[in-house]
Write a protein that binds this ligand. Structure first.
Ligand SMILES: NC(=O)c1ccc[n+]([C@@H]2O[C@H](COP(=O)([O-])OP(=O)(O)OC[C@H]3O[C@@H](n4cnc5c(N)ncnc54)[C@H](O)[C@@H]3O)[C@@H](O)[C@H]2O)c1
Length: 246
């Protein structure tokens, strides 16, 4: 049996920007060695360099979450795998009646298969005490103009629960963070008036800061949280509570 020494190692997919980047930063601040993974090589290298410049132990790993060989190569290069955060994801805006199969399959592929592959590769290398954190979305509850995204994020929650049940005997915890509307390059790619309209729909009239999502990721990635498994933690200022309010 290999004796693991040194800092715990956390892998974060989609770490070049947005929620993944904020999670990589927070985990670095929490004392992890962090492997920031992304398919965008230049961007993830720049992110890792910037975070290392803050005194954090963050290195870049170039991998496409839909390509098992690249994911396995990044994980295999490290001595230990303690935490995997699956934050890579894509979004698309399309009315249901106009949504085409290619877009639907692409969103399912990146968001669901792209969670399955890194989670499975990580679980195969984790010992007892490992933690996997997926990123679903409040969108899993439903929404208009993004049926493929809603379907994919519901699937991430189901996958999280299934993984938690199968991996509990191995004492690996699997949980999901479901962010609400968050200020990232993904949402900033929308026209400014649409971004403003979305913000106005939020309970506090603002988007979440990625660091607020990373706070929940860090909680579920912490060693002491291992007894929590199969859960989805909504981080959305309470919007998912629904109901009527004045
Ligand atoms: N921003 C929001 O409002 C919001 C809300 C709920 C959930 N989420 C989810 O949070 C996660 C991060 O979102 P974000 O807003 O930071 O997005 P973002 O677009 O700002 O960043 C996503 C990152 O993932 C990377 N990525 C995409 N496809 C990849 C692939 N195949 N392989 C490797 N890397 C890939 C991109 O290069 C990018 O760096 C996503 O899963 C998203 O669905 C976001």
């Amino acid at each position: 049996m290999t004796v693991k020494t040194g800092k715990e190692t956390a892998f974060v997919t989609g770490a070049a920007q947005g929620i993944g980047r904020a999670s990589a930063r927070r985990l670095g601040q929490d004392g992890f060695r962090v492997i920031a993974m992304d398919r965008n090589a230049a961007a993830v290298r720049a992110t890792a360099a910037a975070l290392a410049g803050e005194g954090l132990e963050v290195v870049a790993g170039v991998a496409d979450v839909c390509d098992r060989a690249t994911v396995a190569a990044v994980l295999g290069a490290e001595a230990r795998v303690d935490v995997m955060v699956c934050a890579a994801g894509i979004y698309g805006d399309a009315k249901f009646l106009e949504l085409d199969e290619e877009s639907f399959r692409r969103v399912l592929d990146v968001n669901v298969v792209g969670t399955f592959i890194p989670a499975q590769e990580a679980a195969r290398r984790m010992g007892a005490g490992g933690r996997i954190v997926t990123i679903s979305s409040r969108g899993a509850l439903g929404g208009t103009r993004f049926a493929h995204y809603v379907a994919s994020k519901s699937a991430v929650i189901g996958l999280t629960r299934a993984m938690a049940m199968e991996l509990r005997a191995a004492r690996i915890a699997v949980n999901s963070v479901a962010p609400g509307f968050t200020d990232t390059p993904m949402t900033r790619s929308a026209p400014p008036e649409m971004f403003a309209a979305w913000e106005a729909l939020e309970p506090e009239g603002r988007a979440a800061d990625p660091a607020e999502i990373a706070h929940a990721v860090a909680f579920l990635a912490a060693p002491g949280t291992r007894f929590i498994t199969g859960q989805t933690l909504f981080v959305d200022g309470g919007k998912s509570l629904g109901g009527l309010s004045i």
